[in-house]
Design a protein. Structure first.
Length: 683
């Protein structure tokens, strides 16, 4: 064993040397999801540095990203001791590569105590898939390693006859859950083994012991944010949706496997699986089911990315060892040579995408203005996107910047606009960006009247980054005191038949002191709102082809807004939620079906005694006949707020379901609310 272990240690040392060379040459900002993971790690690092452990426990990322269990990101946080944290973070991946290699080595050693154990580990670690994950700031390599460790621990349970092995498996299961929610999807064979073990008296105790350890250390984090996890994951798994029955979508992963693992590896794994089944080797079924069940589950999920299947594939290296030592040796040598040449990697580059310079320029120009700086990014390219700017600003201690895309809220409300010329991003995400780009290019449009260029930077792909800032208007844009708009459309709003009354013009601030808008036909994200009346303080509006374009809001006061049960029903139906019943008569009661799961609940809609503001609170909730403990689900306690608005200075925190907050760059005031006579009303 010493010789085999030494050869594996030499391989891992070589991988460390290669990674060091990659890190030394890589200075680009992280890509899309990678930037988000680095930003989460920064939040953890900041909270720990300040001694705010509660912020670590309750932290929830903004936007539609699912909340991430903390273990991987706590490891990433160590990278912030480096001057180049995005690259230094890759050393954490090397640690998990070592864990993956050792786990595969240990599994194979149980079956074949020969040179195939280190060769199998080298074979899987040198595949393009694993090498690609090693060089990116994503949790998937860590999850792959922990899944492999879990199968080694499962084998050590001896069918849950071993108490120590069962304890170890329960602990590793909890470890996996605290890395990523999807850990359990790779463990269906373990559930089958546990189900069989429940039949025996001794093994039943060990199964319950393992389950207790897993629940004790793996579930509390999920319980305090369970509804949010479910909502976010539903959104995430529906990105780039292609149902498995459409075309050959079910076989998409099979088409990707040759490029990600190599034909030689796949052939050896197939031959090995056949021989293992023929020989009836102990444990062969478990390893085969590890691979098969993972494929079946993730092929059904409409959002398909090869990294999602990665934790189910190391079992193929174990199956391949049933061929012959020379065959797997040749395959491992070929994989090693390919990895040494780095053919599967995005080559490192010393490219400056100017994110830091742009963020610093915005901070300088915004000095003395509002405490929250809203910035719209009109681009979603790999190295130039909203998530990259969020991470850059936070890492530079500028967490008062709010970066968003053109579809988040009306993008023209941002005092700063960042536009990338040339390629804006993948074709599937640039439609809204192209519309915004057309507005920028129109010499007679509202954009040219209201914004001016404040900076321009050349980018490595030959394009330019252009920073626009809102102009200070010296004269009132309108010569009349009232404007009628047949249609005002700006995502996510659509207002028809609107009347705007302008108050006094403040030349010093370049704003209208007040603008009042009333309309009987408003749609917000598809929800029809009746009797809509709001006042806008310190507002900027300029003429547009539709009548007017709103560009600045100092403060919003909602005077009246009504949403009927029929409109709410239609909105939920468009969101894929089947409404069985919805009533608004003192409280809001609903019975719905979410992806076939029956869910019911009741909300109170009332005006807070102290604040005199609208407050929605959860009274009860249930999944089918099972009531949910609201005191556990709500961070703020039983009957806590599901919707609350809190204004602090020149910004508003909109607290929505289960403690998730959204910060608006202007104060919002609203009175009370009620749910009566089939409608929800804010007044």
């Amino acid at each position: 064993m010493r010789r085999s272990a030494s050869s594996l240690a030499l391989f891992l040392a070589w991988q460390a040397w290669k990674l060091h060379a990659f890190i030394a040459a890589e200075v680009r900002p992280p890509a899309w999801d990678q930037a988000n993971h680095m930003q989460v790690a920064w939040k953890y690092f900041s909270a720990i540095s300040a001694g705010n452990w509660g912020d670590v426990w309750f932290y929830t990322p903004n936007g539609t990203m699912p909340p991430f269990p903390p273990l991987y990101h706590l490891g990433l946080a160590l990278a912030y001791f480096s001057t180049n944290p995005a690259s230094a973070a890759l050393w954490l991946n090397w640690f998990y590569l070592c864990l993956l290699a050792v786990s595969i080595f240990a599994i194979v050693w149980r079956f074949r105590r020969d040179a195939t154990a280190p060769l199998a580990a080298i074979l899987i670690c040198c595949t393009p898939l694993i090498q690609g994950l090693l060089h990116t700031q994503l949790v998937d390599l860590a999850l792959t390693a922990v899944v492999a460790l879990a199968y080694w621990a499962l084998l050590r349970t001896e069918g849950f006859q071993s108490r120590g092995g069962s304890l170890a498996f329960g602990a590793v299961f909890a470890l996996g859950l605290m890395h990523k929610w999807s850990f359990f999807t790779y463990m269906f064979p373990a559930f089958f083994v546990a189900g069989q073990a429940l039949r025996g008296r001794k093994t039943r105790r060990n199964v319950l012991l393992a389950a207790g350890v897993a629940a004790l250390f793996g579930l509390p984090w999920y319980l305090v944010r369970l509804p949010l996890v479910v909502v976010r994951l539903t959104q995430a798994t529906n990105d780039f949706v292609v149902p498995f029955w459409r075309g050959a979508a079910f076989f998409q992963y099979a088409r990707w496997l040759p490029a990600e693992l190599g034909w030689v590896f796949l052939i050896l794994a197939g031959v090995g699986a056949w021989r293992w089944r023929k020989n009836g080797s102990r444990g062969a079924g478990l390893i085969s089911l590890w691979v098969l069940s993972s494929y079946l589950f993730w092929a059904l999920i409409p959002n398909r990315q090869m990294r999602f299947l990665a934790p189910g594939l190391p079992g193929l290296a174990v199956l391949a060892t049933e061929t012959s030592a020379p065959a797997i040796g040749v395959a491992a040598a070929y994989a090693f040579v390919s990895a040494s040449r780095g053919r599967s990697l995005d080559a490192p580059a010393r490219e400056d995408w100017k994110l830091a310079e742009i963020v610093d320029a915005i901070a300088t120009q915004a000095r003395g203005g509002p405490s929250l700086i809203a910035v719209t990014v009109i681009a979603n390219d790999e190295r130039f996107n909203k998530l990259g700017f969020i991470w850059t600003a936070d890492a530079r201690g500028l967490d008062n910047m709010q970066f968003r895309g053109v579809h988040d809220i009306p993008w023209e409300l941002s005092p700063f606009i960042i536009w990338k010329t040339g390629r804006l991003g993948p074709e599937v995400v640039v439609a809204d960006f192209l519309n915004a780009q057309a507005e920028i290019a129109n010499p007679h449009g509202w954009f040219q009247k209201a914004f001016e260029e404040r900076g321009r930077w050349p980018l490595p792909d030959g394009s330019s980054a252009v920073l626009f800032g809102r102009k200070h208007l010296l004269k009132p844009p309108f010569v009349t005191s009232r404007v009628h708009l047949p249609l005002y459309s700006s995502l996510p709003f659509e207002i028809s038949r609107a009347d705007i009354a302008f108050g006094r013009w403040d030349a010093k601030r370049g704003t209208y002191r007040r603008a009042s808008i009333s309309s009987s036909g408003v749609r917000f994200k598809g929800v029809e709102i009746g009797d809509f009346r709001i006042d806008l303080d310190d507002a900027v509006l300029v003429p547009d082809r539709d009548g007017a374009r709103l560009l600045r809001i100092g403060k919003v006061t909602i005077k009246d807004a009504r949403v009927g049960a029929a409109a709410a029903n239609a909105f939920l139906t468009r969101a894929g939620i089947r409404v069985k019943s919805l009533a608004m008569d003192g409280t809001i009661r609903a019975v719905v079906s979410v992806k076939g799961l029956p869910v019911s609940g009741e909300l109170s809609a009332a005006t807070g005694d102290a604040t005199r503001r609208c407050r929605l609170s959860l009274i009860s909730a249930a999944v089918g006949p099972l009531p949910l403990p609201t005191g556990i689900l709500l961070r703020y306690g039983a009957n806590g707020p599901l919707f609350d608005v809190k204004t602090v200075g020149d910004r508003t925190a909109l607290r929505t379901i289960f403690g998730l907050t959204r910060t608006l760059p202007f104060p919002v005031e609203l009175g009370g609310c009620s749910a009566q006579d089939g409608e929800f009303r804010i007044f």
